[in-house]
Design a binder for this molecule. Sequence first.
Ligand SMILES: [Zn+2]
Length: 224
Amino acid sequence: MVQLPNESIQKFKELMEEKSGKEVTWEEVAEGGRNLVNLFDVLYKCEMDHRSWDERLKKEPKGFALEGNGRNCAVCGMSTREDTNWYDKWGIKCLTCQRAIDKKLIPGSVARSDKNRYSPYDLEDRFGITKPAQRKWVKEGILKSRIVPNEKGGVHYHLFLIKDNKDFLPPKKLTESQLVAFEKDGKTWHRSEPWYRFVEDPYEHLKGYKIMNYLKFVQQEDTR
Ligand SMILES: [Zn+2]
């Protein structure tokens, strides 16, 4: 565990109190400071790793497998092992998603950013469209999906690219959830609330995107 000098804790304490306008205890500050230092440590190591990988890419432009297990595929999100991951200019992928990129079934750019597509989880989380409903829409041609096939020819993962569903799916920045602060037991907590709680009229907010023709927003009492 990182031990912070008292002087740093004192400075951090003043900063936190100034920002929050509330008094904070020494223990809270010390813990917050340690968390922050640990976070920076992780970020720094990550950055260093990425730099060395990118250096290696100059000699091996097609990419290579990274050492170690437990890395996540940037496309399907699943955990990879040392022998099932691949790193190239688009990022870390599992070999199944990598194969789909090599076969041009999905663009490599989906591994670099998730802004260009909705995942099945996104559609459920942001619009309440369940996975069976998604499958039905795809079948009916309402929604176009890209499939990452598994080795047996089944489905490993579904993606809904915004460019495939132009005029239907809105840019993701319009449907981001937001963190809301609330007080409970004398403490400040945060919870994530869906985008439509922050707009006056969801239909006006996403006007022109056809997905809205298929959705019904129900006013709900806040029971929490
Ligand atoms: Zn994957």
